[in-house]
Design a protein around this ligand. Structure first.
Ligand code: CUA
Length: 151
């Protein structure tokens, strides 16, 4: 009798803990707005919106920058936006893990192949912002940079 009760309790605990783990994985997947959207890294060039990288106006001084990262460059290069613009970067990597860091701002994101990364930043001050890859991605890593010009 006692053994049976303990067996049932043991099985019940196991089932409940598995259910919790499963739910957490599900909830995380649903609840995180960025980083978990997936994309086939082999087909970035054919997958919207990355088939047309560029700077798009989406509202009143709001922009979306669709960007691919690849060894050892950012596409598009040399972005220009007006001062005060709120910019959402939608990014993915075509090969290895890269970083997207904008000097002089808090923008700092990891861009991994197979995932879509989003980051939003408002650029109030005019100037030239240096964009750097801050994840070691190979022999040309140090050269992987571009600029965002705000004017
Ligand atoms: Cu790309 Cu380092």
């Amino acid at each position: 009798r006692a053994e049976e009760v303990w067996l049932i309790i043991g099985v019940a605990i196991l089932v409940i803990s598995m259910a919790i783990t499963g739910y957490q994985a599900f909830a995380l997947d649903m609840g995180t707005p960025s980083g978990l959207e997936t994309i086939d890294p082999q087909k970035v060039d054919e997958t919207a919106p990355f088939d047309k990288p560029g700077v798009y106006k989406t509202g009143d001084n709001e922009y979306e920058v669709v960007m691919t990262l690849q060894i050892f460059s950012f596409t598009p290069m040399d972005i220009e936006i007006p001062a005060g613009a709120k910019v959402t970067f939608v990014m993915t990597s075509k090969d290895v893990v890269h970083g997207f860091q904008v000097a002089g701002t808090n923008l700092n994101a990891m861009v991994t192949p197979g995932h879509i990364q989003r980051a939003t930043q408002k650029f109030d001050e005019a100037g030239e912002y240096l964009v750097l890859c801050n994840e070691y991605c190979g022999a040309g890593h140090q050269m992987m940079s571009t600029t965002i010009t705000v004017k």
